[in-house]
Design a protein around this ligand. Structure first.
Ligand code: SAM
Length: 250
């Protein structure tokens, strides 16, 4: 019933999502959010900023979704693009996320996250003039590239998950709201303690934006100045993905 109501409320979006696959399985994903924002706002230009690119597969997936939704796409990705010993020496908890046998994809050994490898991947979906890969510690590279990201449509924060770094990434991104009230910020890995702590603080810091759960591991921060129907859609997406997660567990 809830699903039907949401489909009626945004029939254009749901029609597009149905074309690309199962609507119920997509709602609350980053790809769903990109497609929803483009369609609901009628965007011709979509700027996707990703803090933490790793192998670039998430970038390619979101870029493809946005192109398929009819928008021109600009992508800006921030990453170390290497196994940076000195950075990870002071962030052992974050390093422990990688090279685990149960998550084979998240390994540093293959070199799949090297700058040249990621650049090759992005070139399969975008022209060189439509993407920027910024190498280095995001706590310094984000402020240095503020002009390149000030018109961001969606910022995906998924770099280092330790509180001190993710909080600095957020602080460096949230200043963009001053001139860009249409931006939304998605956090990945909200189950990690550092990210979880930061999200709790954002929820209660009295600022003019709301935090909406997208799925068990991601949330979106959206300014209250966005249309109510858009913010309601985020709220509903969280409920639908929760229903999906419960159904899948059974
Ligand atoms: C979880 S992965 C990103 C995954 C990617 N967003 C995806 O969905 O496939 C995090 C990435 O952030 C990078 N990273 C960690 N700390 C960083 C920092 N301080 N600055 C820039 N990149 C960082 C890691 O090297 C890694 O490539």
């Amino acid at each position: 019933m809830l699903r039907e109501l949401m489909k009626r409320a945004y029939s254009g979006v749901s029609r597009r999502l149905h074309q690309g696959g199962d609507w119920f399985s997509q709602v609350g994903t980053l790809e769903w959010l990109a497609s929803f924002v483009i369609t609901a706002r009628g965007l011709k230009q979509f700027t996707f900023v990703e803090v933490g690119v790793f192998k670039g597969d998430n970038a390619v997936s979101v870029v493809n979704t946005a192109l398929g939704s009819g928008a021109a796409v600009t992508y800006v990705g921030f990453d170390l693009f290497e196994h940076n010993e000195s950075f990870f020496a002071s962030h052992p908890d974050d390093l422990a996320m990688y090279d685990l046998p149960e998550y084979a994809y998240f390994e540093f050994g293959s070199g799949g996250h090297a700058y040249a490898a990621v650049q090759r991947k992005l070139r399969t979906v975008l022209r060189d003039s439509d993407f920027i890969l910024v190498a280095g510690d995001s706590t310094t590279t984000i402020p240095a590239h503020r002009l390149d990201i000030k018109m961001a449509t969606v910022v995906f924060i998924d770099g280092c998950h330790d509180y001190d770094i993710v909080a600095r990434d957020w602080n460096n991104i949230k200043v963009l709201f001053d001139d860009n009230n249409n931006m939304v910020v998605v956090f990945d890995d909200t189950t990690y303690s550092g990210v979880n702590q930061l999200i709790s603080e954002i929820r209660t810091d009295g600022r003019p934006y709301g935090v909406y759960r997208l799925n068990f591991n991601q949330c979106v921060v959206a300014p209250y100045s966005l249309p109510l129907k858009e913010r309601l859609m985020y709220r509903s997406a969280g409920l639908i993905s929760k229903l999906r997660e419960t159904t899948n567990r059974k």
